[in-house]
Design a binder for this molecule. Structure first.
Ligand code: NAD
Ligand code: MG
Length: 392
C-alpha cells in the first residue's frame, strides 16, 4: 500500500527536500497534496512532476492563478485555511509533513495531530507556541509525532526505543543539543550590528529558508529548539544543554547515567531526517552522500556565548515564565526577523525587540488555540508598536 503524504510548505527548503525523498520511493509514497503560500511557479512545476490529488495556495489570488495553470491536469486546487485543514485531515492521508514557516503553521499542524496522522514536524514554531496543545492533540489523535528538525531527529534516534520504535527515557541523564553557531559565531557585537540580511542568511553548513537562517545567526533557532526539545521529549529545562559544534556533523547527543553518550552523525542534509521520518520505523535511502570522517578530520565543541547571543537566554527565560510566554517570544521574534530582513532594524535589535516584548506581555495558561493566538497577536502588536516608536 502506498502511503499518502500531504506536504504543507511544499515550495520551501524542507518541502523541496521532502519531495526529493518521496520521488526516490514511488513504490512506498504518493504525494497526495501539496500546499504553499504564494509561489505559483514553483507549485506548478511540483504539481506537474508529482501529480498530487490536491494543491493548496494559502493566498486566494495565487490559488486562482494556479487553478488556471493546472487546468489541463487532474490536480484540484483549493485555497486558504480551509484548504490547508482539508489536506491535513483528509481520511485518505497517512502522513503530514508540517513544513510551513512560522506561526502560520500552527492551525494545520494541530489539525493533523487531532486527526491522528503521522506528523512529521519541521514547523518548530507551532510546538514553541502551542506545545501543550500540540502534545495533547497527538495523544488524543493517537498518531505518531516524528521530529524532522535535525537535532530532535538525532535525539529521537539516540533515545532508548521500545519494540514499536517509540522513544523512552530509561537511563537518560541529559540531552546535548548541538548548534553550529551560525555565520556570526566569531563576530563581535559591533560587527553583528552592521550585518546585512544576506550575511545573516549565508549559513556555513545548511541551505535553508531566510527566516530560519536569521534565527540560526542570532541563535534564536537554538532557543526555539531548546523549547522544542522540552516539549517533544518531556524534559525539564535543566536536562537540556546547548553545545556549539561548528561542523554540524554531530546532529545532537543523548547522555546516559552510566557515562555513555550516543551521538547521531551525518552530512548536513535535511533529506536524512526527512527520510527517517518518512520511513520510520524502517530506514530508507535518502540520496545523501555517505559521511567521510577522514575528510571531515575534526569535530570541535565549545560553550555558547549568551553575551553575544542574548536570544538563547531570552528563549530560556520564556520557558521559565511558562504559559503563553513562549508564544510571545516566538511572535516577537517573527516580527523582529521580518523587520531585519526588510532592513528596518539592525541585526542586534532582534534581541532587543524580543526582550522589550517579553517584559510587557500578559502571561496566561495556554488552554486553547484561541488563547495562544491571542497571545501571539498581543506580542506582535507590542513588538510593532515598539518598532514604530523607534525602539531598536
Ligand atoms: P521556507 O521559507 O523555505 O519555506 C516555507 C514554506 O512555507 C513555503 O512553501 C511557503 O510557501 C510556505 N508558507 C509560508 N507561509 C504560509 C502560509 N501562511 N500558508 C501556507 N504555506 C505557507 O522555510 P524552510 O526553511 O523550508 O522552513 C520550514 C519550517 O521548517 C520552519 O518552521 C523551519 O524552522 C523548519 N526547519 C527548516 C529546516 C531547513 O533546513 N530549512 C531545518 C529544520 C527546521
Ligand atoms: Mg535544527
Amino acid at each position: 500500500m502506498l502511503r499518502k503524504v500531504s506536504v504543507l510548505g511544499a515550495t520551501g527548503s524542507i518541502g523541496v527536500s521532502t519531495l526529493d525523498v518521496i520521488a526516490r520511493h514511488p513504490d512506498r509514497f504518493e504525494a497526495y497534496a501539496l500546499a504553499a503560500a504564494t509561489n505559483v511557479d514553483k507549485m506548478v512545476e511540483q504539481c506537474r512532476a508529482m501529480r498530487p490529488r490536491f494543491a493548496v495556495m494559502a493566498d486566494p489570488d495565487a490559488a486562482q492563478r494556479l487553478h488556471a495553470a493546472l487546468a489541463d491536469t487532474d490536480t484540484e486546487v483549493l485555497s486558504g485555511e480551509e484548504g490547508l485543514a482539508q489536506i491535513a485531515t483528509a481520511p485518505e492521508v497517512d502522513t503530514v509533513m508540517a513544513a510551513i514557516v512560522g506561526a502560520a503553521g500552527l492551525p494545520s499542524t494541530l489539525a493533523a495531530a487531532r486527526a491522528g496522522k503521522t506528523l512529521l514536524l519541521a514547523n518548530k514554531e507551532s510546538l514553541v507556541m502551542g506545545g501543550h496543545l500540540l502534545m495533547q492533540a497527538i495523544a488524543q489523535g493517537g498518531g505518531a509525532l516524528l521530529p524532522i528538525d535535525s537535532e530532535h531527529n538525532a535525539i529521537f534516534q539516540c533515545l532508548p526505543q521500545d519494540a514499536a520504535g517509540n522513544p523512552g527515557k530509561g537511563g537518560v541523564s541529559k540531552v546535548l543539543l548541538t548548534a553550529s553557531g551560525g555565520p556570526f559565531r566569531q563576530w563581535s557585537r559591533e560587527q553583528m550590528a552592521a550585518a546585512t540580511p544576506d550575511q545573516a542568511c549565508a549559513h556555513p553548513n545548511w541551505s535553508m529558508g531566510r527566516k530560519i537562517s536569521v534565527d540560526s545567526a542570532s541563535l534564536m533557532n537554538k532557543g526555539l529548539e531548546f523549547i522544542e526539545a522540552c516539549w517533544l521529549f518531556d524534559l525539564q529545562p535543566e536536562a537540556v544543554d546547548v553545545v556549539v559544534h561548528p561542523q554540524s556533523i554531530v546532529h545532537s547527543m543523548v547522555q546516559y547515567s552510566d557515562g555513555s553518550v550516543l551521538a547521531q552523525m551525518g552530512n548536513p542534509d535535511m533529506r536524512t531526517p526527512i527520510a527517517y521520518g518518512l520511513g520510520w520505523p524502517q530506514r530508507i535511502e535518502a540520496g545523501v552522500a555517505p559521511l567521510d570522517l577522514v575528510a571531515t578530520a575534526r569535530l570541535d565543541f565549545e560553550a555558547p556565548d549568551e553575551g553575544r547571543f542574548p536570544c538563547l537566554r531570552l528563549a530560556r527565560e520564556s520557558v521559565a515564565a511558562g504559559g503563553t510566554a513562549m508564544a510571545a517570544c516566538n511572535a516577537a521574534n517573527e516580527v523582529a526577523v521580518d523587520a531585519f530582513l526588510s532592513e528596518n532594524i539592525p541585526f542586534t535589535a532582534i534581541a532587543t525587540v524580543i526582550e522589550h516584548t517579553l517584559s510587557r506581555v500578559n502571561v496566561v495558561e495556554p488552554t486553547s488555540l484561541s488563547v495562544v493566538e491571542a497571545a501571539d497577536r498581543e506580542a506582535r502588536q507590542l513588538a510593532q508598536e515598539w518598532l514604530a516608536a523607534g525602539g531598536r
